[in-house]
Design a protein around this ligand. Structure first.
Ligand SMILES: [Zn+2]
Ligand SMILES: [Zn+2]
Length: 84
């Protein structure tokens, strides 16, 4: 089951479970759409995997399967990915 992390790992923007602006990789590294697109160019800086939009968990399912509240943040922020 997805963790549904509560924030962007780059800029610490809040990404609630219903957000349509949350992007994630297969390891659940989570970013806001602005960082994913403008800074990371759609590639996870941790694992090199692709970033896709995180599916929204229906509100009714969050009662028994709540989103993670553990914030993950890169202390140094995210460096822009250079275009190849
Ligand atoms: Zn961000
Ligand atoms: Zn990753």
């Amino acid at each position: 089951m997805l963790e549904l992390r509560p924030n962007c790992e780059c800029c610490d923007k809040d990404l609630p479970p219903e957000s349509l602006m949350a992007m994630m990789c297969s390891f659940e590294c989570t970013y806001c759409a602005a960082c994913a697109e403008n800074v990371l160019s759609g590639v996870c800086p941790n694992c090199g995997g692709e970033l896709v939009r995180r599916p929204v968990r229906p509100a009714g399912k969050l009662i028994n399967n709540p989103a993670s509240t553990k914030r993950v943040l890169k202390a140094e922020g995210c460096a822009p990915v250079k275009a190849a």
